[in-house]
Design a protein around this ligand. Structure first.
Ligand SMILES: Cc1cc2nc3c(=O)[nH]c(=O)nc-3n(C[C@H](O)[C@H](O)[C@H](O)COP(=O)(O)OP(=O)(O)OC[C@H]3O[C@@H](n4cnc5c(N)ncnc54)[C@H](O)[C@@H]3O)c2cc1C
Length: 358
């Protein structure tokens, strides 16, 4: 069995490792050698996804910074907490640095006899015949232009600004998210001395200096020594209308992209890998070839769930947008009451952990 993966991002490398673990030959076609990975990027990964990752992909326990609590605030309620998530003193989310995850996956894959990388700017259709399935994680290639152009897309007219703040040592196991007038600002601890920042800001605030000032203005916890270089990413959400064309499957952020306010984009991809792996294992157990039927089954299993989940995240974004615009605290107060109800609170944690809305 031979699978070809297009792209060299986290989705591609994670899926490659999952497949190689099943003794499937994987070739990654990467457009460039040594693509740069931003040092300020971090990922929050849910507990159930970490368990899956450690068991089925690679053990990343040593790279994780574990969070026990998530606190949510809003400008509308001043210093009062809006929501609080914790689970019997247990970890609920872990933070990992993107470049470290990338490096560990790459280092491990290179050692496998089932794995190869080729560097090609583009790939043509004749290429198809060499592989059972082609999985495309790359936004810029012939396949993407030709087969994966139809999508439901939403522009947020915002950028996410990311950086890392270096601060005086404290016990740092609580993430904080503040829904500010300009957009959601997250403080995500990565060690007792470092905290990563993701600030999704509406385009009306542009200058990098403003972002530094805003971080300082909203920071009430850390004695900041230094703010690293700020990187920025345009924000949009999208869902592909069709997940595959024959034996070519779209994957990762090419398939679905969401607003980072809930830290769920890569979590969705890990859940997709779980399903895809099951479909593939079932075929192999029955002695069947991997072919386009893998893609049909995968789409049938996950497309509607992903669509509902993406829309749920967008609804949260719209809710806080509205809350921000109303400038009164009625909506925030209702959410605060709901969050204090233990069943509702548990349901929020379950959705963030397992991606289940129903
Ligand atoms: C600010 C921010 C914070 C986030 N936080 C979280 C979080 O806490 N938790 C979470 O689960 N998710 C989070 N996400 C989402 C997560 O980062 C993405 O889902 C994940 O990185 C996507 O990986 P990918 O490999 O699919 O895509 P990418 O890393 O974008 O790469 C896709 C592929 O396209 C190719 N490519 C891309 N651009 C080019 C180009 N210009 N030229 C040539 N090739 C190109 C690369 O080869 C790559 O393989 C966040 C996203 C953002 C923007």
């Amino acid at each position: 069995m031979r699978v070809c993966l297009l792209g060299y991002g986290l989705s591609s490398l994670t899926l490659a490792k999952a497949l190689v673990n099943q003794n499937i030959y994987v070739e990654i076609i990467s457009p460039k050698k040594n693509q740069k990975i931003g040092l300020s990027r971090t990922l929050g990964i849910s507990k159930s996804n970490i368990n899956f990752f450690n068991k089925n992909i690679i053990n990343i326990e040593k790279l994780l910074w574990k969070l026990k609590k998530i606190e949510i605030y809003t400008d509308n309620l001043k210093n009062e907490k809006l929501l609080n998530f914790e689970k019997n003193d247990d970890q609920i989310f872990s933070i990992i640095k993107n470049y470290e995850l990338h490096r560990v996956l790459e280092k491990n894959l290179i050692k496998s006899k089932y794995f190869k990388t080729k560097y090609l700017k583009n790939v043509n259709i004749s290429f198809l015949k060499d592989y059972n399935i082609i999985i495309n994680c790359n936004y810029v290639n012939n396949f993407t232009n030709k087969y994966f152009g139809k999508k439901i897309i939403k522009e947020y007219d915002s950028f996410a600004y990311t950086t890392v703040i270096n601060h005086k040592e404290i016990l740092n196991n609580t993430a904080t998210q503040i829904f500010t007038k300009r957009g959601p600002l997250a403080f995500l601890p990565i060690s007792n001395k470092e905290t990563s920042i993701v600030y999704s800001v509406h385009n009306s605030v542009k200058k990098v200096n403003d972002i530094n000032e805003l971080i300082k203005q909203y920071n009430f916890k850390y004695k900041i020594n230094k703010i690293d270089k700020i990187e920025n990413f345009e924000l949009k959400s999208l869902n592909l209308r069709s997940y595959y064309h024959k034996n070519i499957l779209a994957f990762g952020d090419l398939l679905h992209k969401i607003h980072p306010l809930a830290g769920q984009g890569f979590n969705m991809t890990i859940r997709d890998i779980k399903v895809l792996l099951n479909v593939i294992k079932n075929k192999l157990d029955l002695g069947l070839e991997l072919d386009s039927s893998v893609n049909t089954e995968f789409e049938k299993n996950v497309k509607y769930k992903n669509f509902i989940f993406s829309n749920g995240i967008d609804l949260i974004h719209e809710f806080f947008n509205l809350e921000r615009k109303t400038k009164n605290s009625v909506l925030s107060k209702s959410i605060q009451i709901l969050g204090k109800n233990s069943s509702a609170n548990k349901a929020f944690i379950k959705i963030a952990d397992e991606g289940i809305f129903f």
